[in-house]
Design a protein. Structure first.
Length: 141
């Protein structure tokens, strides 16, 4: 009986820390950005950065009209495309290192939610015929 009571007491005392401990299983805010994401962002900026030209052209055409989009839209899109190419080359060379504020986050300004003509999203824009959301596609006959 003493042996059973001793085993029961040992099991009870060893399970107390596991019952009372609370662990944070959430990932920290910067866990989304790692060296692989930085490398993929660099490759996407190098390869698909040219899509800034038609994307900026279309945005300018919708907001300001065709004459402005033929001049300003193309020039601004070309500038954004070159900036993406530069950031892509920079991030491609430095992808193993934490360069921006001690993290792998993108170093460029991301205010596209407020001002769609200025600032850069993390990845290059998708053109009109591409979408990551299947339910928004429409067909015109």
């Amino acid at each position: 009986m003493k042996k059973f009571a001793l085993i029961l007491l040992t099991v009870a005392l060893s399970s107390v820390p596991t019952l009372t401990s609370v662990a944070d299983i959430q990932a920290p805010p910067g866990a989304r950005y790692n060296s692989v994401r930085k490398l993929s962002r660099a490759v996407a900026n190098i390869v698909y950065g040219i899509s800034e030209v038609p994307a900026t052209w279309m945005k300018t055409n919708e907001e300001e009209g065709p004459s402005v989009s033929a001049s300003y839209g193309v020039i601004e899109g070309s500038k954004k495309s070159l900036v993406r190419l530069g950031f892509g080359a920079y991030e491609f060379v430095t992808f193993p290192f934490k360069t921006y504020k001690g993290s792998y986050r993108p170093p460029y300004r991301k205010n596209i939610w407020f001002d769609t003509m200025h600032g850069y999203s993390e990845m290059p824009p998708e053109l009109g015929f591409e979408s990551r959301f299947d339910y928004v596609r429409s067909q015109n006959y």
